[in-house]
Design a protein. Structure first.
Length: 325
């Protein structure tokens, strides 16, 4: 069997990722780690399909009794073939519009107009950064900075000298690149995205529903492709819209699905293309991408990097931003 032992993977995930954020998933993942049947099922899947988030989302998709771990795992055992088919077909494609509240200050540092390529775009909600409304609150003074009139508002607590934009960036063109793009108008795709949100995160689920409704009116342009392989052709397409525009390739929680070599190749590809690189990834992934200046931070926090320089740490779902520079 290749890859980490599923028992170790799920036990560590329960203790490190779920604890303090989702008691339901902490109990479920801990139960998986001690269930011979569940571990045998996971071992039969390709390594990339063993992630806790994928299995747990599948349990919600099939409406398993997730509040009762033993009953949920009995349900998994009884319907193993259906779970296998779903997990092979689907991926962990969480799409959190609130990350835009973290990304936008970095974009404000760049010259306009912008053309933006998002890799690992899922349904493309983060491509619609000029659609949402923003409410940044200074953690020290309580001062509120608002931007945009969008009905879907993204609250974010900020500390440090964050360069909050006074206006929305001018975006000349945008595109999302994903191995399996999700259609915001497709009920099954929308339901899958909801299943990926952890049970206790009701505020995120409500925001996702509103964001998907808004996005369905003007769906973001998405293209099927892998990265880094298909990035050069996508960048070339975008440059045709406005040859004088500033080209930005951004990604959030996407490079984590590449191995170390893939992350290195992604950085080399983007460097060769002479584009701006905007990343929001975990610290280890950011280091693999060559991001410099990362300060010691909580392992659960993400690093906001621009052109290989660490600007800030952030909550993975955009709740807060701590500016370093």
């Amino acid at each position: 069997m290749d890859g980490p032992d599923p028992a170790i993977l799920y036990r560590r995930w329960a203790e490190i990722e779920a604890r303090g954020s989702s008691p339901c998933y902490e109990r479920l993942a801990s139960a998986v780690a001690t269930s011979p049947a569940a571990l045998q099922f996971l071992a039969s899947l390709p390594r990339r399909k063993r992630q806790p988030n994928l299995l747990l989302a599948a349990l919600r998709w099939f409406e398993a009794p997730i509040e009762d771990p033993n009953a949920a795992l009995d349900f998994l055992d009884e319907h193993a073939q259906e779970f296998r088919a779903l997990m092979l077909a689907r991926s962990t494609q969480t799409n959190e519009a609130a990350r835009c509240a973290v990304l936008l200050p970095a974009l404000a540092l760049l010259g306009e107009p912008l053309v933006i390529l998002e890799i690992g775009s899922s349904a493309g909600l983060c491509l619609l950064m000029d659609t949402w409304g923003y409410d940044w609150t200074d953690a020290e003074t309580g001062a509120l900075t608002r931007l945009g009139s969008g009905r879907v508002r993204l609250p974010c607590t900020v500390t440090g000298s964050v360069p909050l934009p006074a206006e929305m960036p001018a975006v000349a063109a945008r595109m999302g690149l994903d191995s399996s793009p999700l259609d915001v108008t497709d009920p099954a795709a929308r339901r899958w995205l909801q299943c990926l949100i952890w049970p206790e995160h009701t505020e995120r689920a409500e925001r996702l529903a509103r964001a998907l409704d808004r996005a369905a009116a003007t769906p973001p342009p998405l293209q099927q492709g892998t990265f880094p392989e298909d990035v050069p052709s996508a960048v070339e397409q975008l440059r045709r819209f406005d040859p004088g525009a500033t080209v930005v390739v951004m990604h959030g929680a996407a490079a984590a699905y590449l191995d170390t070599d893939g992350r290195r190749r992604l950085t080399e590809t983007l460097t060769d293309l002479d584009v701006h690189r905007l990343s929001l990834e975990g610290a280890e992934v950011s280091r693999d991408l060559g991001v410099r200046g990362i300060r010691e931070t909580d392992h659960r926090r993400f690093i906001l990097g621009l052109d290989g320089r660490a600007l800030a740490s952030a909550d993975p779902h955009g709740r807060d931003l701590h500016w370093w520079v």
